[in-house]
Design a binder for this molecule. Structure first.
Ligand code: ATP
Ligand code: MG
Length: 383
């Protein structure tokens, strides 16, 4: 971004989300015949916030976005933008612009013509139009291509033109439906950073749709994880990743070990659980988690340690599980250790690779191995 970009801290963005609602969805529901695409979604997006709707195919992301844009009417419920009810306003009268996956540029118009199109329709004078088109192209880092046709640009450049076209009339809300889907991985990553910077620079509220969890973590102030038309959890990337509320969220975001356990005792926010083969562990419990009987324990592979790497006396309170090494897989940045527990359940441990020949690396399949668990890194799930 060549423009000066103010960089509010994440906590400022979070406070803003509560203080100044930009978009409000109240019990919004959308059914198509028998299909309930969106099921009573209530959500407040802060003014200027970057909110991502994340979930698998068919969970209702696009439908939610289309209702905010006015392309689809809710079956019931209410949508407000900047405090005003939008339910009966057509798309072109909402302070909203949308960027779709397949940028949908006009092939016969130049870049400038494409970006200026909305301004021309709105009757903005030529000189003003030219100035705003130049500003918008500058904003998306595409100056100097005004006179080219879309076919003379790369995919990433075309996507930037689509963004410039959406930003040129300074909408309060920008809706983005998998806008980076057609780009290769490297360009995608670069555009992710730029979109986030653009969000801060223009101050518009961004609602971004993706099924890519890594993309959601990288860009969002907050993420709404959706499944089957509902929002299962709404939180900052860190909250979603570190404290998933249920199985679906834990499993959908990143890689997680989900272990079947039996709760034996609860003490404050700690639980004692019986794992595979009768071994007892201490873990963290969450609101709504079972206080007795069967439950699911979630723990991230990178939060686990191998006993061998901690040394004889070192380590985390010796909260551990014993098993045998099933296999090790070298993955560049880290090595994946698969440990099999006595009753056949596997647990995956990730160890960052910092250099060759680390301690414990000489272990072979079938050898006994202990996995050490920080009680704070293992969470008992509510569902
Ligand atoms: N116009 C429509 N008519 C009938 N059913 C529809 C219509 N639009 C969406 N649906 C259904 O509503 C559900 C949600 O669709 P939606 O497009 O919102 O999902 P999505 O989360 O955007 O999925 P994807 O990641 O595949 O784009 C799906 O079951 C879909 O088949
Ligand atoms: Mg979709």
């Amino acid at each position: 971004m060549s423009v000066a970009v103010p960089s509010p801290s994440t906590s400022t963005a979070r406070t803003a989300a509560v203080a100044q609602p930009g978009i409000e969805l109240r019990k919004v529901r959308k059914s198509f015949g028998e299909t309930v695409a969106v099921d009573e979604v209530s959500l407040v997006v802060g003014r200027g916030e970057f909110l991502t709707l994340l979930g698998p195919s068919g969970c209702g992301k696009t439908t939610t976005l289309r209702m905010i844009g006015g392309f689809e009417l809710p079956t019931s419920g209410e949508i407000a933008i900047d405090g005003e009810t939008m339910n009966h306003r057509p798309p072109h009268r909402r302070p909203v612009n949308t960027v779709f996956q397949n940028y949908a540029l006009f092939p016969h118009l130049t870049v400038a013509g494409n970006v200026a199109y909305g301004l021309e329709m709105a009757g903005v004078a030529k000189a003003e139009r030219q100035r705003r088109v130049a500003d918008a192209l500058e904003m998306v880092r595409l100056p100097g291509v005004e006179n080219r046709r879309p076919s003379e640009l790369s995919g990433g450049q075309q996507q930037r033109v689509a963004l410039a076209r959406a930003l040129v009339n300074r909408p309060a809300v920008l809706l983005l439906d998998e806008p980076l889907g057609a780009l290769d991985l490297k360009l995608r990553k670069a555009m992710q950073v730029e979109l986030k910077q653009l969000n801060r620079a223009v101050g518009a509220t961004f609602v971004y749709v993706t099924h890519d969890q890594e993309e959601a973590l990288a860009m969002s102030d907050r993420i709404a994880v959706m499944s089957a038309g509902r929002v299962l959890q709404l939180g900052t990337p860190e909250e979603i990743y570190e404290s998933p509320r249920n199985r679906f969220v834990a499993d959908f975001i990143g890689q997680t070990n989900l272990l079947p356990v039996e709760v034996v005792a609860i003490e404050g926010d700690r639980a004692r659980v019986r794992v595979s083969g009768g071994q007892i562990l201490t873990c963290r419990t969450t609101a709504g988690a079972p206080v007795a009987g069967p439950a699911t324990l979630a723990v991230r592979p990178e939060r686990l340690h191998l006993r061998s790497e901690l040394g004889e006396t070192g380590g985390l309170a010796w909260n551990h599980l014993e098993g045998t090494l099933a296999e090790t897989i070298y993955l560049g940045t880290h090595t994946q250790w698969v440990v099999e527990l006595p009753d056949g359940v596997s647990i995956v441990v990730h160890r960052q690779n910092r250099g060759p020949a680390e301690r414990g690396e000489s272990l072979g399949p079938g050898e006994p191995i202990a996995v050490v668990i920080d009680p704070d890194a293992a969470t008992l799930l509510a569902e």
